[in-house]
Ligand binder design. Sequence first.
Ligand SMILES: NC(=[NH2+])NCCC[C@H](N)C(=O)O
Length: 503
Amino acid sequence: MTDHIRSLVATFGDLPSNDVPEADPLRNPLDAFRLDVARQLHSSLDIPVEKAFEAVSTASKVADFSVAFPRFKLPGKPNDVAEKAYRDFQPSAYIAEASHQGAFVHYKVNHETMAKLTLATITELSSRGEDKGDAPSASKSKGSIKSAYGHNESGKGQRMIIEFSSPNIAKPFHAGHLRSTIIGAFLSNLYEANGWYVERWNYLGDWGKQFGLLAVGWERSGDEAKLKEDPIKHLYDVYVEVNAAAEADPSLHEKARVYFKGMEDGDESALALWRKFRDLSIAKYEETYARLNIHFDVYSGESQVTKQSISSALDAVRDSEYVERAENGAMLIDLTKYKLEKTVIERADGTALYISRDLAEAKKRWNLFKEKYGAGFDKMIYVVASQQDLHLAQFFKILDLSGFEGAKALQHVNFGMVLGMSTRKGTAVFLDKILEEAQETMESIMKQNEDRYKLIEDPQRVAYVLGESGVKIQDLTGKRHLNYEFSWKRCLSNEGDTGVFLQ
Ligand SMILES: NC(=[NH2+])NCCC[C@H](N)C(=O)O
């Protein structure tokens, strides 16, 4: 199978791969380059190849690889050892040059060899994966990488849920949702490429008093045609209108309360309207996610958490030593011992809260996996903005204190804020508008060179792909936990570490 790569590698020079069990140059081209460095260190300093291989770091800031010599604990000063390794270095088909700096030697790869080997490996492994039909788990999901290149089976047999994006119906899809979407999709692909079974869940903000208000607003300014055309935008407009109106006329809030009560009590006509809003919004979201090559396996949401499941989740902590009753009858849990403050988990009137829904939903997902696969998930990741750090830490802790078996499998992946993201025309952000704007702006940049523009076969498609990549890559470039300033210029520039440059 890999004969082709084997003989290609041989034309560049033999590698001591048998001495390093974890190196796999026939699947991972980078290993071939690290092995060459290891081979050279072995002959210069007589270090075992395996140890030398481990020391070749790919996290170098100044070159492709760096080796820190103090770690070998060889006789003599590390600087002198490094210098000897540097002096003995011979440029090869793999490593083009080396430089010496204190106790370090830095190495740069031969780009031609890197390109040849990488492309050959991709071709080889993908054709192999396809004709045996065994590209790990890629077949299952629409959006994932078809080739077996970059896949391994280290996570085989492990199952996870990853919850991400999770926008709120009738409110804008803000930059935080975009970031959650991008990071969540990235992590899903990564786990899948490592052999995990991954379910992508979207937990919509689709329940609560605001849906009562939305229904009141719908009576005032709802428009069927507009709803069909762009449900997310129209529901938002209706919501903004009714909120403003309710400022002046508080009786609208009372109406909203009554309406939502009807929904909670299962009044079918109230639910029918809500269901229509939800279904149309999901359909529109799916379209937009598809533009980003992202799909979800499950659209859950706050509405999908039943009253019974909430009360049984609360029953599990009711008698705990951490629980307190407020004067008005609300139930609180005191997590100050864990530096997680106190929080209300049940209102005085018994109605559910964001946190109690999360408690019940986590258990529901666990039980669902048990039913389907005979065991709960091995991991469940929540990709949610750092503003909700406390919330997530609280509900994880409550689940843990209540003896929930899955508590250890929960993980919060947080992220900093995206500042200043807006379309050029307005302030409210809609994901589809951002993507359209990325495409349009990209196309106008392309048009600046008319002769070249004419040569492109499908310029709109190209602008679309470049725009999308720009948005995604700008997001992934910054450190995850830091805030960053959204910039159209950086997003669509073809210089530096940008999506356009990458494409
Ligand atoms: N399980 C969760 N609480 N996930 C996060 C949901 C995010 C929420 N819909 C928001 O927009 O703020």
